[in-house]
Design a protein around this ligand. Structure first.
Ligand code: ATP
Length: 490
C-alpha cells in the first residue's frame, strides 16, 4: 500500500465485497473510482480463493448462513476446528508445559462491570463513529469514502465496542455484565488467587486462551476482523525496572514461535506503536505485523502494560508506589501485590503482555500453506502445506476397493491403531478412487495417505504417500505405527 488513504479504500472495497452492499449504487460509484487499485483488488482474489477453499473443504463457514448470515461472525467446521485446536495447543504447550514459570487459567467470559470500569474499557474502549446522512451508512472516522461529502457527515461520536448482556431473570437494565473484550482482565483479577494457590514468585506469568467480543463498526476481511474471536494471551509479571528487558525477550520469543508455525520471516514486520496510537495502559507496544492477503496488519501485539492493571484493580492503592495513572478503587477487596523475595517488600509488578489472535493466526497459517503447484505432467494441484503439527488430519487410510470387505476392515484396523497414538485426527477415506483421495487430502493438508490394497492382505505391506514429495514408500504394516509416530516427532 502507498499510504493510509489507499489502504482505507482497499478496505472499503473488500468490505463491500463481503457485505450485502455489493450491488448497491454506492458500491458501483466506488468501484468506478477505484480502477487504479486493481493490484490490491487482485490481491484480494487470493483471499477469495482461501474463503472458497475454507467453505468447500469444511474449514470455515459464515455464521447463521441459512438465515442470510450474521456479519463479522464465522463458524469453524470439521477441519477448521482441528486446525484451530492444533494452533492453540501448540501455543499452550510452549507457554505452560515447556516452561516452569507460567500457569494456565480458563476464566468466565461474562465480566462484572466494575472490572471493565477500573480497566478503563468503559471510558476508552471506543472507536469514532460517523454517519453519512446521504447514503445512510456508518463508518469509522478513518474509513470515510470520498463521495460522502463533508457536509453530509455527522460529527464523530464515541462508539463503545463492548457487548452487554442482561444477567438473571429481570430485564430492566439494573443487572448486566459485559462480554469480555479481551481475555486479559480476568487474568489480572485472578492474580491473587493464583499467587496464593501456586508457588510462583516474580517473574512469572499466567496464560489464557478464550473468546473475546468486540462490536466492530466494520468487521471485514473474512476472519481477520470479526465480532467474536479468540485470543491467546499471556500476562507476564516482572519486577518494575526489569520490564524493558522482558519486553524485548518476549518480542523475540513470539517472533520465533510464529516462524515455527510456518509463517515466513519475510512476511513479518515489527511495528513500534507510538503517540496517540498507544493504548492508555501501555508504556510501549510492539506489534507483529503480517502480510495478510489484504495487506500488512497486526497479528499479535506485545505491550508493556506497566503496573496499570494490577494497580487499577487493587484496594488501598496508596500503600503502593503505583507509577501509572489509576482511578481510585473503592470496590475491590484485594491488594494485587506480591512479596519481592530479595527486598521482602510488597510490590505491584509490571506486566508484559503478548496478545495473539487465534483467528488471525489461523488465517495467516492458511495463507502460508495455500499453494497451487504446477506438476511435471502440466496439471495443477492445490495443496495446503501445513507444518505437520498443525495439519487438521494427520493421516488418511485409503482402502483400494471400497466394496472389498477384507481391505476395508484392514484399513479400519490400521486407522484405529494410528488414532490410538493420540497425535491428532486419523480418518478412513473410502471413496474407492485413490487419485481423487490423494488430491482431496493434498487440498486439506493431510501429510500422509496410507493405502491398503491386495498386497496388504497377501504380503502385509501398505503404501505410504507423502503430501509434500508425492513419493510413495511401501512398508510392512507392522511398522506403520513407528513410521507414523517418527514422522510427527521430526
Ligand atoms: P486492531 O488494531 O487490528 O483492531 P487491536 O490493537 O485492537 O487490533 P489488541 O487489543 O491488541 O488488538 O488485541 C490483541 C490481538 O487480538 C490482536 O493482535 C488480534 O490478533 C486479535 N484481535 C483484536 N481484535 C480482533 C478482531 N476484531 N477480530 C479478530 N481478531 C482480533
Amino acid at each position: 500500500m502507498h499510504n493510509t488513504r489507499d489502504y482505507c479504500k482497499l478496505h472499503l472495497v473488500l468490505w463491500f465485497k463481503r457485505s450485502n452492499y455489493e450491488d448497491s449504487p454506492l458500491h458501483i460509484i466506488i468501484s468506478l473510482r477505484l480502477n487504479n487499485y486493481k493490484d490490491q483488488i487482485l490481491a484480494a482474489k487470493t483471499m477469495d480463493e482461501l474463503v472458497a477453499l475454507c467453505k468447500r473443504r469444511g474449514f470455515i463457514y459464515q455464521s447463521s448462513e441459512i438465515y442470510g448470515g450474521l456479519q463479522g461472525l464465522y463458524d469453524y467446521g470439521p477441519l477448521g476446528v482441528e486446525l484451530k485446536n492444533n494452533l492453540k495447543m501448540t501455543w499452550w504447550a510452549s507457554m505452560v508445559y515447556e516452561r516452569d514459570d507460567i500457569e494456565g487459567l480458563d476464566a468466565s467470559i461474562l465480566t462484572h462491570s466494575d472490572v471493565l470500569k477500573h480497566s478503563g474499557h468503559e471510558d476508552t474502549f471506543t472507536d469514532p463513529l460517523i454517519d453519512c446522512k446521504s447514503c445512510g451508512l456508518r463508518f469509522r472516522s478513518d474509513q470515510i469514502p470520498e463521495q460522502c461529502k463533508d457536509e453530509e457527515l455527522t460529527e464523530p461520536r464515541d462508539f463503545n465496542l463492548m457487548f452487554k448482556t442482561n444477567v438473571g431473570p429481570i430485564d430492566d437494565g439494573s443487572s448486566f455484565a459485559y462480554l469480555r473484550p479481551e481475555t486479559a482482565q480476568q487474568i489480572f483479577i485472578n492474580f491473587k488467587n493464583i499467587v496464593d494457590s501456586t508457588s510462583q514468585s516474580l517473574p512469572f506469568g499466567i496464560a489464557q486462551i478464550g473468546k473475546a467480543f468486540r462490536n466492530e463498526i466494520t468487521p471485514r476481511n473474512f476472519i481477520f476482523r470479526v465480532r467474536e474471536f479468540e485470543q491467546m494471551e499471556l500476562e507476564f509479571f516482572v519486577k518494575p525496572g526489569t520490564d524493558e528487558e522482558w519486553h524485548k525477550k518476549w518480542v523475540d520469543s513470539r517472533l520465533e514461535w510464529w516462524i515455527n508455525q510456518g509463517i515466513s520471516k519475510n512476511k513479518i514486520q515489527l511495528q513500534t506503536i507510538e503517540g496517540e496510537e498507544l493504548s492508555h495502559y501501555s508504556k510501549s507496544t510492539i506489534d507483529i505485523m503480517y502480510k495478510f492477503p489484504h495487506g500488512l496488519e497486526e497479528l499479535e501485539g506485545i505491550a508493556n502494560r506497566t503496573d496499570f492493571d494490577l494497580g487499577s484493580h487493587s484496594k488501598n492503592q496508596n500503600e503502593f508506589n503505583i507509577t501509572s495513572k489509576v482511578i481510585e478503587n473503592k470496590a475491590s477487596n484485594a491488594k494485587l501485590a506480591i512479596q519481592d523475595l530479595d527486598s521482602k517488600e510488597w510490590v505491584i509488578p509490571y506486566v508484559i503482555e503478548p496478545s495473539a489472535g487465534v483467528d488471525r493466526g489461523v488465517l495467516a497459517v492458511l495463507n502460508e500453506a495455500f499453494n497451487i503447484e504446477k506438476l511435471p505432467d502440466g496439471k495443477e494441484r492445490t495443496v495446503l502445506s501445513f507444518p505437520r503439527h498443525l495439519s487438521p488430519i494427520k493421516a488418511a487410510v485409503v482402502p483400494l476397493k471400497k466394496n472389498n470387505n477384507d481391505i476395508v476392515e484392514k484399513a479400519k484396523e490400521i486407522k484405529n491403531r494410528l488414532q490410538k497414538c493420540q497425535l491428532g485426527r486419523v480418518v478412513i477415506e473410502n471413496t474407492g478412487n485413490i487419485g481423487k483421495s490423494y488430491r482431496k487430502h493434498d487440498e486439506v493438508g493431510t501429510p500422509l495417505c496410507i493405502t491398503v490394497d491386495f498386497d496388504t492382505l497377501d504380503k502385509g505391506t501398505v503404501t505410504v504417500r507423502n503430501r509434500d514429495t508425492m513419493k510413495q514408500d511401501v512398508i510392512d504394516q507392522s511398522k506403520i505405527v513407528d513410521y507414523f509416530t517418527n514422522y510427527f516427532k521430526q
